[in-house]
Ligand binder design. Structure first.
Ligand SMILES: *Cc1c(COP(=O)(O)O)cnc(C)c1O
Length: 224
C-alpha cells in the first residue's frame, strides 16, 4: 500500500480526540513530502542531528515536528527550538535543563511529555511512578517557567501477548489520570497521553491515547 493509503486507513481508525504522529526517523525527506501531500502535518524524529537536518532541509514550513528519542543535555539546541512537542523527557535533570535553556534564550515555553517506564524489559528508559511523583512534588516547591508539561508518554513491551500490552497501557492511563487530578496546580494543560506504535496502537486507543506514534506502518521498514 502507498504512504497515502496507509495514512488514510490509520486516520479512519482514530477517534477525533487522537492525533497521528508520523514517525519519519531514518526515512528520507521525499517520503515525508509524500505523507505531507496526503495531508499529514505532524512528524516525529528520534535523533537530534536528523531532526535538525530535516528542519533545515527545505520541507514545508507548516510541518509540526515532534521529538521522541533520548535527549542528552548537550544536544538541546538541535531539538528544543524546533520541536512543538518533546515526548521523551525521561529525567528531572533533563526537564530542568530544558527549562533553563528556554529561559536563557527568551523562548516560548517548551511543551514536553514525561516518559514513563511501563514495559517489562530491562532496558529501562523513563521515570517510574515514584520518580514521577518526586519530580512533581519538587516542581511544586520550585516551579518551571520555561516548560509546560503536557502529559505522559510510554512504550509497551515488544511482545505478542496482547494481555500484557493492555495491562501496560492501562497502568499508564491510570497514572495519567491520577497525575492530572493531583497536580492540576503545576500541570494546568496536562491533556496528552502518547502511547501506541505500529504494532500496538489499536490497543492504546482503547485506553485513551491522544497521540499515536506510527512509523513502520506508514513508511515501511527502516534501514539502519
Ligand atoms: C521508532 C519509534 C516509534 C515508531 O515505531 P514503529 O514501530 O515504526 O511504528 C514510536 N515511538 C518511539 C518512541 C519510537 O522510537
Amino acid at each position: 500500500m502507498s504512504i497515502a493509503s496507509e495514512i488514510k486507513d490509520i486516520k479512519a481508525q482514530l477517534p477525533p480526540t487522537t492525533r497521528l504522529v508520523a514517525v519519519s526517523k531514518f526515512h528520507p525527506s521525499e517520503k515525508i513530502l509524500e505523507a505531507y501531500r496526503a495531508g499529514q502535518k505532524i512528524f516525529a524524529e528520534s535523533r537530534p542531528q536528523e531532526l535538525a537536518a530535516k528542519v533545515a532541509g527545505g520541507l514545508p514550513s507548516d510541518i509540526e515536528w515532534h521529538f521522541i528519542g533520548h535527549l542528552q543535555t548537550n544536544k538541546l539546541k538541535m531539538v528544543v527550538p524546533h520541536a512543538a512537542l518533546i515526548h521523551s523527557v525521561d529525567s528531572a535533570r533533563l526537564l530542568r535543563e530544558i527549562d533553563r535553556y528556554m529561559i536563557n534564550k527568551g523562548l516560548r515555553k517548551a511543551e514536553c511529555l514525561l516518559e514513563i517506564f511501563i514495559a517489562a524489559e530491562e532496558s529501562k528508559q523513563g521515570l517510574d511512578e515514584t520518580e514521577l511523583r518526586e519530580l512533581a512534588e519538587n516542581l511544586r516547591k520550585d516551579p518551571l517557567r520555561g516548560v509546560e508539561v503536557r502529559g505522559l508518554m510510554g512504550m509497551a513491551s515488544f511482545v505478542d501477548d496482547s494481555r500484557q500490552i493492555r495491562n501496560e497501557f492501562a497502568r499508564l492511563a491510570e497514572l495519567y489520570r491520577s497525575v492530572k487530578n493531583e497536580y492540576a496546580d503545576i500541570f494546568p494543560r496536562f491533556n496528552e497521553l502518547s502511547m501506541g506504535m505500529s504494532n500496538d496502537y489499536p490497543l492504546a486507543l482503547e485506553y485513551g491515547s491522544t497521540l499515536v506514534r506510527i512509523g513502520t506502518r506508514i513508511f515501511g521498514a527502516r534501514e539502519y
